[in-house]
Design a binder for this molecule. Structure first.
Ligand code: SF4
Length: 380
């Protein structure tokens, strides 16, 4: 097939879930462009639709199935990412229009899989390897960026924390660190292409390690690069943040003075059941230390409401922690049981009606705090 013919095979990549998936979709687009495919801006003109999916919440999965169904078999459908890893062969039973399934560790196989379909009309429904452990470094070098001013740089893949509610370690595999020098080279080439804002990405950036080079050293090295104007990072884990890291946030001139530190619950029993590796007291001590060191630093968090067995008193403890800390913002999630996770085996579960009530209560509380803080800053 000639390049011209190949270009007729427009691909639309539809992304669900976290920032890691947003970056993975960029990588997928870059790899497919290099292989001769045209990346479509909408699904209308595309012959092939790739769903880069998320498995963190049931709601997102339901949406993917409903969208796949809406094409009524008129497109070639690829299920990619965390949900693909979870479903594997079951995806074909769920919807017969799914042509291939590829887990997040194997996205580099996409050009090969699509070539089989587009070159040889090989429309066998198949799960392409979903068990690969480390991605080849080259996939980070496609040079394709959706935004010409900002990009995200993956510093580590997977996670080994096994928080009891989280599906990530099962679908993205154990924590693997990219080489310090490869990360710096990728950032240099992004800066050379005119990008000026960088966000470092990992499920737990503070656990980054390459020999004796840790995350704080990485921040310092990136901050020193010419052409960089703004540096951010996402996500931090409370058990792994420390004094030296807070000092770096305060001192490095290009680093945004904001920290997203997911607490999830304010009750020690629930934190233990969640396998978070810290207590309420530990968390509050880190917040105090961050605020003391980082002048004018802002703080945001994640909260899960309705974790199995969460009592009303424990829920009140979470509310009290939110008020005590005074987060600038928070993502409040309703607990959603995920396959394979330890939490999905804990009973009794909290009734949906009660989860909704608690969710609304915390949303309102956080909204009031965020507004108060905004007004306070506006007055300054
Ligand atoms: S740190 Fe916990 S919540 Fe975050 S990705 Fe790892 S297991 Fe999931």
């Amino acid at each position: 097939m000639s390049n011209k013919e190949l270009e007729k095979n427009e691909v639309f990549v539809r992304t669900f879930g976290c920032q890691m998936n947003v970056r993975d979709s960029e990588i997928i687009s870059g790899l497919l462009r290099a292989a001769g495919y045209k990346i479509a801006l909408t699904d209308k003109e595309a012959k092939i639709i790739i769903f880069n999916t998320c498995a963190v919440r049931q709601h997102a999965e339901d949406r993917v199935w409903s969208l796949i169904g809406s094409y009524k078999g008129t497109k070639i459908i690829g299920l990619v990412g965390c949900m693909a890893q979870n479903y594997q062969e079951r995806a074909f039973d769920r919807d017969a229009s799914v042509s291939f399934v590829i887990g997040p560790q194997d996205i580099h196989k996409l050009p090969e899989v699509l070539s089989k379909i587009t070159h040889h009309s090989l429309l066998e429904r198949k799960v392409w390897e979903t068990q690969g452990s480390i991605r080849p470094e080259e996939i980070y070098r496609t040079g394709f960026h959706q935004d010409q001013a900002h990009t995200q740089i993956v510093i580590s893949e997977g996670c080994s924390n096994f928080c009891s509610y989280c599906v990530v370690p099962y679908v993205r595999g154990p924590l693997r660190h990219r080489k310090f020098q490869s990360i710096i080279e990728e950032i240099r080439s992004a800066l050379d292409s005119g990008i000026s804002r960088i966000t470092l990405l990992g499920q737990n950036v503070n656990a980054y390690q390459d020999g004796d080079l840790d995350f704080t050293k990485l921040l310092k090295a990136v901050n020193a690069l010419n052409g960089l104007e703004e540096l951010g990072f996402f996500t931090s884990h409370p058990k792994d943040v420390h004094l030296e890291f807070f000092k770096a946030i305060n001192e490095l001139d290009k680093l945004t003075k904001t920290l997203h530190l997911p607490v999830q619950s304010g009750a020690d029993r629930i934190l233990k059941l969640m396998n978070r590796g810290y207590t309420r007291k530990d968390y509050l001590a880190k917040v105090t230390s961050y605020r003391k060191i980082v002048e004018g630093g802002t703080l945001t968090t994640d909260i899960i409401v309705g974790f199995p067995t969460e009592s009303k008193d424990e829920f009140e403890e979470t509310k009290a922690l939110i008020s005590e800390v005074g987060f600038n913002g928070a993502y409040i999630f309703k607990y959603s049981p995920r396959p394979n996770t330890q939490a999905s085996k804990i009973v009794p579960v909290i009734l949906e009606k009660e989860i909704q009530k608690r969710h609304l209560e915390i949303l309102n509380l956080q909204r009031a705090i965020s507004n108060k803080l905004k007004h306070k800053h506006a007055k300054k």
